[in-house]
Design a protein around this ligand. Sequence first.
Ligand code: UDX
Length: 423
Amino acid sequence: MRISVIGGGYVGLVSSICFAELGHLVSLVEIDPEKVESINLGKPLIYEKGLKQLLSIHAGRNLHARQNYDAIPASDLSFICVGTPQGDDGYADLSMIRSACRSLGQSLKDNDDYHVVVVKSTVPPGTTEDLVMPSILEYSGREPGEIGFAINPEFLREGLAVQDFMNPDRIVIGSNEKRPGDLVESVYHGLAAPIIRTGLKSAEMIKYASNAFLATKISFSNEIGNVCKRLGIDVYEVMKGVGLDHRINPYFLNAGIGFGGSCFPKDVSALIHLADRVGVTPVLLRSVMDVNEQQPLKIVEILLKSVKDIKGKRVAVLGLAFKNDTDDVRESRAIPVIKELVGRGALVAAYDPKANASMREILPEIEYCKSASQALTDADACLVLTEWPEFGDLNKEFELMRSRVIIDGRRVLSCRDAEGICW
Ligand code: UDX
C-alpha cells in the first residue's frame, strides 16, 4: 500500500521504517530539513535498537522523506504522528495536530480518490471526531465518506520500539466506519497479533488507560516498597510473589525511584485533566502522580541518614536517562534528585553511558564524568538512578570512593552493601 506518515519524530520514524519493512511504499513528511536529509541518507538521528539497519535497507527504495505534502494525494492512507506534548495547563497540547490537519486537508483538495486519515499520536478521547474530522473535511472541501478516519495508537517502548512494532501484544484500530478500519487492518497484514476494532473514542481511551494502568502498577509497587523498607522486607521478593498471579502478571512491578519519559507523566496528567473536565475526581490517578513526585526524593532522605550534612560533599550520580538503553532524559527522575542535591550544596559528579549530553542541556551546573570510575573517585556517596545493566558489573570501582555509602534506586547493583530505596 502507499502510506504517508506526517511527523518524523520518534513514533513517525519508527512507524515509517517498520511500514516499509512490512512491504509498503512509505512517504514521510517532516518539516526539519536535517531530519529529512538524515533519513534519506539512511542515518537516523535517534538511537533505537535495529532502526539504523532497517533504515539502511529501505531509505531511497520504499521509504522517502520529504519536507512537503506532495506525496499525500497519491497515498491510500496518511498516519498523523506529530507530538502532543503536555500544555501549560497539564492537558495535551494539540497545536501540532491542528497544523498537520490543515496541511493534510489542503493537500487532499484536488483529489477524488478515497483516502484514510489515521491518527497515531496520543490524543484525548474525542479529538479525532471533534477536531481532526471537521478540520480535514473543511480544508479539503471533501464530503464525509470520501475520506475515512481511524485511530491506531502506538504502544512502543523507547529502546525496544522496532521489536514492539513488529511483535505487538495487540493492534488497536478505532474507526468511524468499517471501510477505513479494514484498510488500516490490511496495513498490518502478516503480523501475528490480535486486532481490536473499536469506535474512535474507545481507541483513543485505550492508549490513555493503558499508560495510566502501567504507571499505576509502578506507583503501587513503590508504595508497597516504601512500607516494606520500614518493615525490613524485600519488595522484590514480595512483588515476585504478587506478580505470579496470572490476574496480575510479573511485569512493570519494579519498585525504584519512579517513572519518567515522554509518555507516562504526560498521559496520566492529561487523563487527570480530562477527568476533571467531565466532572470526575480522579483520586487514584492523582495518587499515582503524587507517589511518583515523592519517590525520587526518598533516595535523598536515605542518603541524609548516612551523610548528615551533604554541603560540599561529592555525590556520584550513576544514571541520568529516564530508563536504560536511551539518551532521553525527559521527565527523568534523576532531575528532581540532582536538583535536591544541588539545592543542599552537594557537589554532583554524574555519569550516564548515553545521556550525559542531553542532561547537560537541562542541568549544566554539575560535573559530567566519562565513566562510573571517574564519578566514584573520592565520592562521599553514590546514588544509582537508572537501570543500566552495566552498573550491575560495578564492584572494585566502589573502592575509589572516599566513603562507601551506596544507594541503589533501581535494584541493579550486585555489590552486597548497597542500600535499596525500597528494600
Ligand atoms: C511507555 C509505554 O511502555 C509504551 O507502551 C508507550 O506507548 C510509551 O510509554 P517508555 O516511556 O519508552 O514506554 O518507557 P517504559 O519502558 O514504559 O518505562 C517508563 C518508566 O517507568 C521508566 O522511567 C522506567 O524506569 C519506569 N519503570 C518501568 C519502573 O519504574 N518500573 C517498572 O517496573 C517499569
